[in-house]
Design a protein around this ligand. Structure first.
Ligand SMILES: [Cu+2]
Length: 211
């Protein structure tokens, strides 16, 4: 009897572990992951990388310029009707909640619509949000490259009924936090509130201060 119970318990545990592992692996799954468990556990998927773009003052900026500070990064476009303004407001509000502690965090906006988001357009736009917000744009090739490195997806969609019969751009709406070494720390979903973002930012920036 005891033996049977033990066997059942062990079996249940095994199933539990298997399910747990499957869930763990599934949550890590992305198209870039191969099928084997071996690959899933050993391969590191990087988010971020090198870039060279122009800021909203026309100055050339690279990823290196932002090292030594945390970078709170968002990809979007200035013509975005609601998603981008909401995200940028959340970022601004989160930084405001941190007060002086936000000085170690550089907010950055990278345009996924370089065709319309020229340096001049960006200059007018970033000022409406955080006073330290840096807007970045570049050639379509440069933007495609940086978006790919952050695994940010974007696509132009015809907006026939919209203003000027123009287009909108569907895009990933996560906010990325990069560390002082330029490496990926975490990402916030669009649903994250300013309060939640501020709490997480405080957590990560405090860790660095202790070191
Ligand atoms: Cu947007």
């Amino acid at each position: 009897m005891t033996r049977t119970k033990k066997t059942i318990a062990f079996t249940c545990m095994s199933i539990g572990i298997s399910i747990g592992m499957s869930i763990g692996l599934t949550s890590l799954s992305s198209p870039s992951f191969a099928d084997s468990k071996q690959t899933a556990t050993t391969q590191t998927v990087t988010t971020g990388g090198r870039f060279m773009l122009k800021d909203h003052t026309g100055r050339v900026r690279t990823d290196q310029d932002f090292q030594g500070k945390f970078m709170l990064l968002y990809f979007g476009y200035t013509y975005c009707p609601d998603i981008c303004p909401t995200s940028l407001q959340t970022m601004t509000h989160a930084l405001d909640l941190l007060g002086k502690d936000a000085d170690i965090i550089q907010p950055v906006f990278i345009s996924v619509d370089p065709e319309r988001d020229t340096v001049a357009v960006l200059r007018d736009y970033v000022g409406a949000f955080h006073p330290r917000l840096i807007g970045l744009t570049g050639s379509q090739v440069a933007i495609n490259s940086v978006a790919k490195k952050f695994r940010v997806k974007f696509a132009k969609v015809a907006d026939a009924g919209g203003i000027n019969d123009d287009y909108v751009v569907d895009h990933t709406s996560s906010v990325f936090l990069m560390g002082i070494d330029g490496k990926f720390v975490t990402r916030f979903s669009h649903a994250t509130t300013a309060k939640q973002m501020a709490a997480k930012l405080r957590e990560y920036t405090t860790k660095i201060k202790i070191k």
